[in-house]
Design a protein around this ligand. Structure first.
Ligand code: C5P
Length: 320
């Protein structure tokens, strides 16, 4: 028999996102690009557990843990500290992150963990805040963080942080190709997009979401959604990471009804009609596509959600 004190702790599950549409407008004076995007969460999840502690710390485990900072550069830690400062919380916490979302993969994994940390700390510290009230802090942490508080399918504008709901009924089946080599830096991909535009002499117009995608999402017809997928960063991501052209080609040849680089890449998302088609495509890609991890996921799913909360119970008996 041993005696232990169980600390207060909260675990939040948070998904990654893909962009069904990403229209990149002009570069703004603050260094961001004006965007019109349609965000969509898919069922690839990180788990963030926050536990009351005397000092701040981060631990990272899981399939994609390599390369995630555990010091002050960790975005989830920044999120927790920012929330504490804003609401006068004097406690610290240990953050344990179980990572499955690709790192530097264009699926907003770091932003997802930040959103999860906000939701977990809000619950741990009993701040009684709504998701909408967490949004201003989320937006300061990163353009995608507000969306991951909510999840689902939503239009993002501004630099991506201003959200509006999209009417989307039903489910989409995705096969994801995830690079097993290094990821892509988001600022580098935006800079490459600007460079390619300048070289081609094209000027970015004010961005707007296309009516085709929004109409297709109302009925979730796979072929229509697949035909309406668009990512203005795709050329730039392919230019920096040429194997992506082969990945896109392989999935399309194997029957995907839509193929798109996710956000700033290098993750590639293929749309298929059913679970069975997803299995066929993932087997085909693993056998014949460029080397990478192949995952299956459905979307949309909810954003950051508390899945476990351990109350302070004082000394505890464990037998065994
Ligand atoms: O907002 P976030 O920190 O995720 O953005 C990372 C980088 O991506 C920015 O510093 C910027 O270089 C680029 N970015 C952009 N326009 C956006 C969003 C991000 O240029 N709307």
């Amino acid at each position: 028999m041993s005696l232990a004190v169980e600390s207060r702790g909260v675990t939040v599950r948070v998904p990654g996102k893909i962009n069904l549409e990403l229209v990149v407008g002009p570069l703004r004076e603050d260094g961001y690009h004006e965007l019109a995007t349609v965000y969509h969460t898919v069922g690839v999840f990180d788990y963030v557990t926050v536990t009351a502690a005397d000092t701040w710390s981060v631990q990272v485990s899981g399939a994609t843990a390599a390369g995630v900072p555990t010091g002050s550069g960790n975005l989830a830690l920044k999120a927790a500290k920012m929330l504490a400062r804003r609401y006068g919380v004097e406690e610290a916490a240990t953050l344990s992150i179980e990572k499955n979302i690709p790192v530097a993969g264009g699926m907003a994994g770091g932003s997802a963990d930040a959103a999860a940390a906000l939701v977990a700390c809000e619950s741990l510290w009993e701040l009684q805040l709504t998701r909408d009230e967490l949004e201003p802090i989320a937006a300061r942490l990163g353009s995608d963080v507000p969306f991951l508080l909510h999840g689902g399918t939503a239009i993002g504008s501004g630099r991506g942080e201003r959200l509006a709901p999209v009417l989307a009924r039903g489910e989409l089946h995705w096969v994801l190709w995830v690079s097993t080599e290094s990821g892509l830096s988001t600022p580098d991909v935006y800079a490459e997009c600007d460079r390619l535009r300048e070289a081609a002499g094209t000027e970015a117009a004010d961005p707007a979401p296309s009516g085709e995608l929004i109409a297709a999402l109302r009925t979730m017809q796979t072929a229509e959604v697949g035909a309406a997928l668009r990512n203005d960063l795709q050329e730039a991501a392919c230019s920096l990471y040429p194997v992506l052209r082969e990945v896109l080609e392989a999935g399309t040849t194997l029957g995907a009804q839509g193929a798109i680089v996710s956000g700033s890449g290098p993750t590639v998302a293929f749309l298929v009609g059913t679970q069975a088609e997803a299995i066929d495509l993932s087997v085909g890609l693993a056998a014949r596509g460029p080397a990478g991890d192949i995952r299956r996921a459905t979307g949309p799913v909810a954003g950051a959600q508390v899945i476990q909360s351990v109350a302070p119970t004082g000394p505890h008996n464990f037998t065994g």
